[in-house]
Design a protein around this ligand. Structure first.
Ligand code: C2E
Ligand code: MG
Ligand code: MG
Length: 274
């Protein structure tokens, strides 16, 4: 509660802070309710071949629909979900719905149509997770070979040893592993050498800055070269302009994702695009 301000008293909670705390509590209970009713949805962003511009797959991105028709961005609610212990449940739901949708695309678009799903720290540190993935693949009849599980550089840095065990077990089950947001800070050559990654996703910020900042251009070029020399495919994220596309193509980047080709969309809208 508000503390009365006076001489020799400290105001621990200003009215502004109280409002922030209340807003936080409201947000938390709304998120708990949304998860209880699984009032979340997935959008899918096309992943495009940089040479042919054919859509070869998609990335599933979770959305929390709001009453006003908008969406709460995942960067805002995922950290809260992690804190509230809701992320396992959200992650399990995301995996199941994405694989169900992925199976539909395998049947209607292409047998090899790829599906990327992001993983959270909570999922990766669970030793039972690889078995869960196996169950979902069997339950949805999605081929393991089209599923790509994305682990961000920052998540991996939290506990490379523990996560390493999970990654090895997932690799054994035939799932493709992607290091996401490579170049955002924690990644190194060692990361790529020590874990069974087959795809490198270049960080969106590096891509955004590569034509204006020399350091980012060097980072994109050397990371791409390194990945290719190690036998990984390279995806550039956040491609918004033709100039970026041209540059990435000239520097041997295989795949492209970004607003230039498509925003994340509901599955039916993506289907209409294909
Ligand atoms: P991410 O996995 O790196 O996903 C790419 C983000 O870049 C998405 O943001 C996408 O909308 C955005 N993006 C793609 N192309 C462009 C572009 O050309 N310009 C710009 N400015 N942005 C672009 P989104 O959907 O807001 O997701 C943010 C992050 O939240 C994701 O980053 C991922 O780390 C996390 N996330 C999203 N869905 C899930 C999920 O289902 N599970 C988990 N664990 N994390 C998720
Ligand atoms: Mg991702
Ligand atoms: Mg990314």
């Amino acid at each position: 509660g508000a503390k009365k301000a006076g001489r020799n008293t400290y105001q621990f909670h200003t009215p502004d802070m109280n409002r922030d705390i209340e807003a936080q509590i409201t947000l938390e209970s709304a998120l708990r309710r949304a998860v209880r009713h699984m009032d979340l949805t997935l959008h899918y962003q096309p992943v495009v071949d940089s040479a042919t511009l054919a859509v070869v797959g998609t990335e599933a991105l979770v959305r929390w629909p709001l009453a006003d028709g908008g969406f709460m961005p995942p960067a805002r609610f995922i950290p809260i979900a992690e804190e509230l212990g809701l992320m396992e449940e959200i992650g399990a739901w995301v995996l199941w719905s994405a694989c169900t949708q992925g199976r539909i695309w395998q049947e209607r678009v292409d047998e090899g149509f790829r599906l990327a799903v992001n993983l959270s720290w909570r999922q990766l540190r669970d030793p039972g997770f690889p078995d869960r993935v196996q169950e979902v693949l069997e339950g949805t009849r999605l081929s393991a070979s089209v599923l790509e599980l994305e682990v961000s550089e920052a998540t991996l840095a939290r506990d490379p040893v523990l996560i390493g065990h999970t990654l090895a077990a997932l690799h054994e089950r035939g799932v493709t592993l992607t290091i996401d947001n490579f170049g955002s800070g924690h990644g190194s050559m060692k990361t790529l050498r020590h874990h069974p990654f087959s795809v490198m996703k270049l960080d969106r910020q590096c891509v955004a800055d590569m034509l204006t900042r020399h350091e980012d251009a060097v980072l994109v070029e050397t990371a791409t070269l390194m990945a290719r020399r190690l036998g990984l495919r390279v995806v550039a994220e956040g491609v918004e302009t033709e100039a970026q596309l041209e540059h990435l193509r000239n520097h041997y980047c295989d795949l492209i994702q970004g607003f230039l080709f498509g925003q994340p969309l509901p599955p039916d809208d993506l289907m209409a695009m294909l």
